[in-house]
Ligand binder design. Structure first.
Ligand SMILES: [Zn+2]
Length: 334
């Protein structure tokens, strides 16, 4: 038996956990599963070598030397025994991590649209989010009519049918995961609809102006490439599809409500004039992954004041600021 009881240091980490649940990328068939926080057990035989332990932890986790670590001391006990099954309680991890400005939610790094973890900080919240700050093809963008490539362009082929849906409040938006045979065909590839969700005001700007809201319809092809169709929403008459979705609105974050079978039909969200702007961009939420084909329909759809109000009561502002074009061409279908 050692004369001094070793400390068990459990590391509760927002740092280094996997990224799950970006708004623009969650597959409909796979609900985001909160990953357990990583736990690393390291023994310190005295308080004097705490710094050394910290250095070991940093090295083990690949954390930069100056980066602050959050450590929960869970008590004393015999070396090795029972440590493998111990995990820090989620609330302790969250409260500890909050002090470093990286609050954990079920093992995910917390980000938001304002404050310390707002868009200007996304790129620094974890290494996987680097591209939010460093990427050169980020979304959303401001589309200037006078600066587009105007000309003929293929029609977007929408093939949407009656489908099943589950409405989710994911803490960043209201999202509907879609199960059904819904595809678009564009640029010679077929993309399947995974989910759609909303932002207010619209993230994309046209001539410096945002719409009241936007719906993002997220599709993926067999090669794993993403194509997002943006439908701008302006105040007017009520939209029937949004009426159905709002009817099954979840009550709190991470609450999910299954809609009646085949109630969803995304055709109800599409304008009759389907001319568009198109450009390459990124997810507009962390991890801001690039290589996303963006198509913004030029004709807005209408929503009622009441429909708009309900969403803004939940999310008053969930739009990322516009990002630099960096010379990207924007195509404008005539
Ligand atoms: Zn979006």
């Amino acid at each position: 038996m050692p004369t001094r009881s070793p400390y068990f240091l459990l590391l509760a980490l927002a740092l280094g956990s996997a990224t799950v649940g970006a708004n623009d990328a969650v597959p409909a068939t796979k609900p985001a599963v909160a990953k357990k926080p990583a736990a690393v057990d390291i023994q310190a035989t005295s308080a004097s070598n705490a710094k050394e332990v910290g250095d070991q932890l940093r090295e083990a986790l690949g954390v930069a030397p100056k980066k602050k670590l959050t450590i929960t001391v869970s008590g004393t006990g015999p070396a090795g025994a029972a440590s493998a099954s111990r995990r820090p309680p989620a609330h302790a991890a969250a409260s500890q991590a909050a002090k470093t400005g990286a609050e954990a939610h079920g093992g995910e790094v917390h980000w938001a649209y304002e404050g310390d973890v707002g868009p200007q900080a996304w790129g620094k919240l974890k290494p996987d989010f680097n591209v939010c700050a460093l990427g050169k093809r980020q979304s959303p963008i401001n589309i200037e009519d006078g600066n587009t490539l105007q000309g003929p362009a293929e029609p977007l082929l929408f093939n949407y049918t009656a489908s099943n849906g589950t409405v989710l409040n994911n803490g960043h938006t209201i999202q509907v995961d879609v199960q059904g045979d819904n595809t678009i065909t564009v640029r010679g590839s077929r993309y399947k609809l995974l989910q759609f969700h909303f932002h207010t005001p619209s993230e994309e700007q046209v001539n410096g102006k945002r719409a009241a809201m936007v719906a993002h319809l997220v599709h993926k092809n067999d090669d794993g490439q993403l194509a997002v169709v943006a439908v701008l929403l302006e105040p007017g008459v009520a939209n029937p599809l949004i009426d159905k979705v709002w009817t099954y609105m979840p009550l709190e974050v991470n609450d999910r409500v299954r809609m009646p079978r085949e109630l969803l039909n995304l055709n109800e969200l599409l304008p009759t004039d389907q001319r568009y702007y198109q450009f390459m961009g990124s997810l507009t939420t962390p991890p801001c992954t690039e290589g996303v084909l963006w198509t913004v329909l030029k004709q807005p759809m209408q929503i009622s004041r009441a429909q708009y109000k309900l969403f803004t009561q939940l999310y008053a502002n969930n739009a990322r600021p516009v990002q630099a074009l960096n010379g990207r061409p924007v195509r404008e279908a005539q």
